[in-house]
Design a protein around this ligand. Structure first.
Ligand SMILES: Nc1nc2c(c(=O)[nH]1)N[C@H]1C(S)=C(S)[C@@H](COP(=O)(O)OP(=O)(O)OC[C@H]3O[C@@H](n4cnc5c(=O)[nH]c(N)nc54)[C@H](O)[C@@H]3O)O[C@H]1N2
Ligand SMILES: Nc1nc2c(c(=O)[nH]1)N[C@H]1C(S)=C(S)[C@@H](COP(=O)(O)OP(=O)(O)OC[C@H]3O[C@@H](n4cnc5c(=O)[nH]c(N)nc54)[C@H](O)[C@@H]3O)O[C@H]1N2
Ligand SMILES: [Mo]
Length: 763
C-alpha cells in the first residue's frame, strides 16, 4: 500500500517558504507551530490557518463574462468584468480547446508560460515546474529569464566572477567562517524580517544566531541604509542613514579614501583582480572629470565627508566583511552598487580570507551563508522547451504592449514575441510587476489569460479562466531548500477548499483532454511522484554515503536533518577548480564595448533619475513585507497585524508628517508620476527624513474604474515605474520611487475581496 495517502491528517509536519512547522487538528480547528528544534520559527506561520478558509479563496473554476460571451480577444474590461462559475469538466473542455486553437494557429511562440512567482515550498507541487512541464508537452512556450529578486546581479556575475549568481551563492563564505569578523559593513542591512524566508523553506532559522554570536564576539556593525530596522537591534549598529539610491557614490568614495591613505596594495590587487587600472583612473576623474572623493560623495549621499573618511579608516584597519543587499540592485542602474562593493572588497584585499570578504544577499534569505547539505533533493522534471523566444522577466508589460519591438539583454539583441495566450500558476504579476496600471493595459491586449490561484488576487480577477488551486496544507508534498540541510515531509493537514484541485491534477486532466497524458504524468499519481522523487534522492544519498531512511521512515519522522556540507570561504573566480587562476574582473572590455551609458565597463556612479523633485519630494522605499511573503496569505493574521486602518502601512519621519498636517493613523494618499494608493500612516524616527516606506504585497484594488486608478488597499507597485534597471540587465526596479503624501479626504471604505464581489465585477 502507498506510504503517502490523500486526506487530512490529525497531526504532522509541513513546511512553507517561511520554514518547517508542526500541525494538529484539534477542537479549535487547525493549529500550526514552529518546530522545537528551530531556534527562531517564523511569525508568518500565523497567516496559514487564519487565511485558509477566507472568503477571498477561489472555490470553483470561473470564466470571465466577456471572454465567455465574445470568445478570446483583447479586452480592456479585464479586471472589472465579473466571472461566472463553471463545472470542472466544462472548463477543462473550454481551456483544452483554447490551447488547441492557439498552438495550432500560432505555435509555442504565442504562449507566454514564464509564470514567474514563488508559489509554495513543496518540490513536487511547485507550480512553475508544473506549468512548464505541461506546456513543454504541448510544444513549449516563451520563457522568462532571471528573477525579480536579483536580476541585475544575475547578468553581472558571469562577467565579474566567471560563474552564475546561483553558483556563487553555493560557494559564498559560510557563517561559521565569519565569527571573528571585526566589522560587518552592511549596505541595505540584513533585516530580521527577511530572514524568515528561504526558497523551499528552512528546517531551522539560524541567521539571527550567527549575527548574535558575531556581536557577542565583539563585531561592530555598520548599517548603511535609510532605515534603522534593517539590522536587528541587538547588533547595535552605527547607522549611516544614506540617501536612497546613492550607495555607489559612497562605495567609490571609500575606495578613493583607501587609495589616498595608501591602504591599497596594488601588487596584491593585481594578483586577484584584472582591470584595476581603469577603475583607479576613473576614481581619479578619468572619463567624467570627477574625482570620486569623500567630499564629492558627501553631497550626493548626504553623509559628512569626515564620516566617510573615518569609515574608510575603520574598515582598512579591521577584518571587514562587506555585504550588499539584493535591494540595491532592484533599482535603476542597480548593478553599479553591487560591482562597487566587489571593488571595495578587492581594494581591502579581503577576498579569500577568513572573517573577511564580500557577500551579496546575506540577510535576504535565512539560507544564504548556510552550509547546506552535500545532496540536494531533486526537482520535478520540467522536460524540454524547444521554443527559443524569451523575455527578461521584468519586461512583461513591454512585450505585451509592443510585440516585435527590439530589446537588448546582456549584450544580445532580440525581439519581443507576439503573445496571444498567457498562462500563470504560482505567481502574482499584479504583485511583483512595477506600475500596475501599465500591466493592466498590457494584459488587456492578450487573447486569453489563464490563472491557477488559491485566492482572488488581482491577477485572478483579470484572468479569463481562473482555476482554483489547493493550498500546501491541502495536499502532500516534500519541501527542501538548496542551502538548508533539512528535508521536510509536508503532510496533508486539511481537505481541499471547495472544488480546489492540485495544479498537477488540473494539468493531468487537461493533458488527458489534449492527448498528452502519458507524456505529462508518466502514469504516476501525485503520491507516486513523491515516492519517485524521494527514491531518486535516497539513491543520490547512497552514492554520497549518507544514510537516510526509506520513504516510510522519512514520512514517519517528518523532518530529515542531513549532515552539513563543509564550511567555506569564497575565493573569487578562482574558487572553481576549472579556473584556479581566474581573476575578479573590475573592468570588462566586453561590457565597455557594448557602449551602454549606464555601464561603462566598470562600477560607475551615474545619476539614475528616481530623484525626488518639487512635485514628488519624498523617496519611497517599496521593500519586502514583515508580515507575509510578498502577497501570499495577505488575509492572514500576521499580515493583517501590520496594517493601519485595514490598509497597507506607510511610514514617514515625524519631521515630514508635521508640515503636512499628518498624524499617525491617518488615511493618506500616496501619489507618484505613475499612480496612487491609499495607506494608513505610521510615524517613525527610524527612517531618514525625506524618505517614506511601504511594504510590497497588498492586493491591487483600484478605486476608480476609468480614471487614473487609486489602489485602495495600498499595493506599492501602483506607484513604481516600469522601466528597466539598465539596458544591460533589463532587470526589475521597484525598490525605489519618488512620491508625495497628503491626507485622503475621499471615500474611505475598502473594497471587499470575496468571491461574490469578484464574480459580480465592478462595473
Ligand atoms: N515594489 C516592489 N515590487 C517587488 C518587490 C519589491 O521589493 N518591491 N520584490 C520583488 C521580488 S524580489 C519578488 S521575488 C517578487 C515576488 O512576486 P511573486 O512571487 O509573484 O509574489 P507571491 O505573492 O509570492 O505570488 C505567488 C502567488 O502564487 C499563489 N500560489 C501559492 N502557492 C500556489 C500553488 O501551489 N499553486 C498555485 N496555482 N498558486 C499558488 C499565491 O496565492 C500568490 O498569489 O515580487 C517583486 N516585486
Ligand atoms: N518576511 C519576508 N521576507 C522576505 C520576503 C518577503 O516577502 N517577506 N521576500 C524574500 C525575497 S523574494 C527576496 S528577493 C528577499 C529580498 O531581500 P532584500 O532585497 O534585501 O529585501 P528588501 O526588504 O527589499 O530590502 C532590504 C532593505 O534595503 C533597504 N534599501 C532600499 N533601498 C536602499 C538604498 O538605495 N540604499 C540602501 N543602503 N538601502 C536601501 C531598505 O530599507 C530595505 O529594508 O527577501 C526575502 N525575504
Ligand atoms: Mo525575490
Amino acid at each position: 500500500m502507498a506510504v503517502i495517502r490523500r486526506g487530512a491528517n490529525a497531526a504532522g509536519t509541513t513546511a512553507f517558504h517561511w520554514g518547517a512547522a508542526e500541525f494538529r487538528n484539534g477542537p479549535a480547528g487547525l493549529v500550526l507551530g514552529g518546530r522545537a528544534q528551530d531556534p527562531a520559527p517564523s511569525r508568518l506561520l500565523a497567516n496559514v490557518a487564519s487565511a485558509a478558509r477566507h472568503p477571498a479563496r477561489v472555490s470553483r473554476p470561473h470564466v470571465r463574462r466577456g471572454w465567455l460571451k465574445n470568445g478570446p480577444g483583447p479586452d480592456a474590461r479585464r479586471g472589472r468584468d465579473g466571472h461566472v462559475a463553471m463545472d470542472w469538466p466544462e472548463v477543462i473542455g473550454l481551456l483544452g480547446d483554447e490551447l488547441h486553437r492557439v498552438y495550432d494557429r500560432h505555435g509555442p511562440a504565442a504562449v507566454f508560460g514564464g509564470s514567474y512567482g514563488w508559489s509554495s515550498a513543496g518540490r513536487f507541487h511547485h507550480a512553475q515546474s508544473q506549468v512548464h512541464r505541461f506546456l513543454n508537452t504541448l510544444g513549449g512556450y516563451v520563457r522568462s529569464l532571471n528573477t525579480y529578486s536579483s536580476g541585475a546581479s544575475e547578468v553581472l556575475w558571469p562577467h565579474v566572477f566567471g560563474m552564475s549568481l546561483g553558483e556563487y551563492l553555493d560557494r559564498c563564505t559560510s557563517w561559521d567562517r565569519l565569527q571573528g569578523t571585526e566589522v560587518f559593513l552592511c549596505f541595505g542591512g540584513m533585516a530580521a524580517k527577511n530572514l524568515d524566508v528561504a526558497p523551499g523553506g528552512l528546517g531551522a532559522h539560524r541567521t539571527e544566531l550567527h549575527l548574535a554570536n558575531a556581536r557577542a564576539a565583539g563585531a561592530r556593525f555598520v548599517l548603511v541604509s535609510p532605515q534603522r530596522a534593517d539590522l536587528p537591534a541587538f547588533c547595535e549598529a552605527d547607522w549611516v542613514a544614506i540617501r536612497p539610491g546613492t550607495d555607489t557614490a559612497l562605495i567609490l568614495a571609500l575606495c578613493h579614501c583607501l587609495l589616498l591613505a595608501g591602504r591599497v596594495d596594488r601588487d596584491a590587487l593585481a594578483t586577484i583582480a584584472e582591470g584595476a587600472d581603469e577603475v583607479l583612473a576613473y576614481l581619479g576623474g578619468a572619463g567624467d572629470g570627477i574625482v570620486k572623493s569623500a567630499d564629492w560623495a558627501a553631497a550626493i549621499c548626504d553623509i559628512p565627508a569626515a564620516r566617510i573618511r573615518q569609515l574608510a579608516e575603520d574598515i582598512a584597519s579591521r577584518k571587514t566583511f562587506v555585504n550588499v543587499s539584493f535591494s540595491l540592485q532592484r533599482a535603476p542602474h542597480g548593478v553599479n552598487a553591487v560591482w562597487a562593493g566587489i571593488v571595495l572588497t578587492a581594494f581591502l584585499g579581503a577576498f579569500g580570507k577568513p572573517d573577511q570578504g564580500f557577500g551579496h544577499g546575506y540577510g535576504a534569505f535565512g539560507s544564504i551563508g548556510e552550509r547546506g547539505a552535500a545532496v540536494r533533493f531533486p526537482a520535478f522534471p520540467q522536460g524540454h522547451n524547444p521554443e527559443p523566444a524569451f523575455i527578461p522577466v521584468a519586461r512583461l508589460a513591454d512585450c505585451l504592449l509592443d510585440p516585435g519591438a527590439a530589446f537588448t539583454h546582456d549584450g544580445g539583441r532580440h525581439a519581443y514575441p507576439d503573445i496571444r495566450l498567457v498562462y500563470w500558476a504560482g505567481g502574482n504579476p499584479f504583485h511583483h510587476h512595477a506600475q500596475l496600471e501599465k500591466l493592466g493595459r498590457a494584459l488587456a491586449r492578450v487573447e486569453t489569460l489563464v490563472v491557477h490561484e488559491q485566492y482572488w488576487t488581482a491577477t485572478a480577477a483579470h484572468a479569463d479562466i481562473v482555476l482554483p488551486a489547493t493550498l500546501p496544507i491541502e495536499r502532500n508534498d516534500i519541501a527542501a531548500s538548496a542551502r538548508d540541510n533539512h528535508v521536510i515531509a509536508m503532510m496533508q493537514a486539511a481537505e481541499p477548499f471547495g472544488e480546489a484541485r492540485d495544479d498537477y491534477a488540473i494539468f493531468a486532466d487537461l493533458s488527458a483532454r489534449l492527448g498528452t497524458a502519458e507524456a505529462f504524468t508518466e502514469g504516476r499519481s501525485a503520491e507516486d511522484w513523491l515516492a519517485h522523487l524521494y527514491g531518486r534522492f535516497r539513491d543520490a544519498c547512497a552514492r554520497a554515503a549518507i544514510a537516510v531512511p526509506d520513504l516510510a521512515g522519512f514520512w514517519q519522522a517528518g523532518v530529515l536533518e542531513l549532515p552539513q556540507a563543509p564550511s567555506r570561504i569564497f575565493l573569487g573566480p578562482g574558487d572553481r577548480a576549472a579556473a584556479p587562476a581566474a581573476k575578479i574582473v573590475l573592468h570588462s572590455p566586453a561590457l565597455a564595448r557594448l557602449g551602454h551609458a549606464e555601464c561603462p565597463g566598470h562600477a560607475a556612479w551615474i545619476e539614475a533619475g528616481v530623484t525626488p523633485d518639487a512635485r514628488f519630494p519624498l523617496c519611497l522605499l517599496a521593500n519586502q513585507p514583515a508580515g507575509r511573503l510578498h502577497s501570499q496569505l495577505d488575509a492572514g493574521a500576521a499580515s493583517q497585524a501590520t496594517k493601519t486602518g485595514g490598509r497597507e502601512t506607510v511610514t514617514l519621519h515625524p519631521d515630514d508628517a508635521t508640515p503636512r498636517g499628518l498624524a499617525a493613523g491617518d488615511t493618506v494618499i500616496v501619489e507618484s508620476r505613475t499612480g496612487a494608493l491609499l495607506a494608513g500612516l505610521r510615524l517613525s524616527t527610524g527612517l531618514r527624513p525625506g524618505v517614506a516606506q511601504i511594504a510590497t504585497g497588498a492586493r491591487f484594488s483600484p478605486l476608480a474604474a476609468n480614471a487614473a486608478p487609486i489602489c485602495a488597499a495600498g499595493a506599492a507597485n501602483a506607484l513604481t515605474e516600469d522601466r528597466p534597471a539598465s539596458t544591460l540587465t533589463q532587470a526589475a526596479v521597484g525598490a525605489l520611487s519618488a512620491v508625495q503624501i497628503r491626507r485622503w479626504e475621499g471615500p474611505a471604505e475598502l473594497p471587499a475581496v470575496d468571491e461574490t464581489a469578484i464574480t459580480k465585477g465592478t462595473s
